[in-house]
Design a protein around this ligand. Sequence first.
Ligand code: SAH
Length: 227
Amino acid sequence: MKAGALIPLMASLVMCEAQDFRAARERMVRDHMEARGVKDARVLAAMRATPRHLFVPKALQGKAYEDTPLPIGYGQTISQPYIVASMTELLGVRPGDRVLEIGTGSGYQAAVLAQLAKEVYSIEIVEELGRQSRRLFEQLGHANIEVRIGDGYKGWPEKAPFDRIILTASPPEIPQALIDQLKNGGRLVAPEGKAWQELMVIDKDAAGKVKKRAVYGVQFVPMVKGK
Ligand code: SAH
C-alpha cells in the first residue's frame, strides 16, 4: 500500500471508532438511565454528549459505556454511569447555577455538570488526578470548570456560596463547612457513611433552614481527610 492511502484509511478507522462509541453511549442512556427512571431531558442530553471513554484509562475504553464503575488509578474510581445520571438529576441544576463538586477524579461528573450549569468548581485531593482532569477539560473546551487541588472538607470559601453542591466521595458525615457554603434555596447531594453509605439530599430553604433525606444505598470511595 502506498503511504498516501494510509491516511484516509486511518481517518476512516478513527471515524468508525467514534461511531462505535456513540452507539454504545446511546445504548447506555437508553438501557441504564431511561429504563431505570432517569427522566430529565437536559440530564439525558448531557449524558449522550459526554465522551465517557475519554475519562477512563485507554485499556478500559471498551468498557466505558457499561454500567459499572471503573478504576482510574491512585486507588480511585469513576462512578457507575447510572449513578452519575441519577445524582445529576437529583441535583436539579439550572442553567445559571454555580456548582461545587468535591472529588474531581476522572472529571466525568464535572464535564456533565458543565453542560448544565453556568460555572463548575471542582476540588480534588490527588494532585495528578486534578492535573489530568484540568488538561482534559481544556482539550474538550469546558472553559467553565475550575479545578482546585486540595481538601474538599473545607469547601471553596472564596467562591461560595453555591447554588448546588455534589460530593462524589463519601464522608462519614456531610461536613458542616459545605452546608454553610450552600445558598439559601440551594441543594446538596452526597453519599454519607463509611462501610454502609446512603445517598443524601440536603435542601436549604429560603430562610436558611436545612432539611435532609436519604434516597438510596450507595458505594463510593471514602472522602479522605487532608494532610
Ligand atoms: N466525580 C469523579 C468520581 C471520582 S471518585 C468522576 O466523575 O470520576 C472520588 C474522588 O474523590 C477521588 O478522585 C478522590 O481522590 C477524591 N477525594 C477523596 N477525598 C477527597 C477530599 N477530601 N477532597 C477532595 N477530593 C477527595
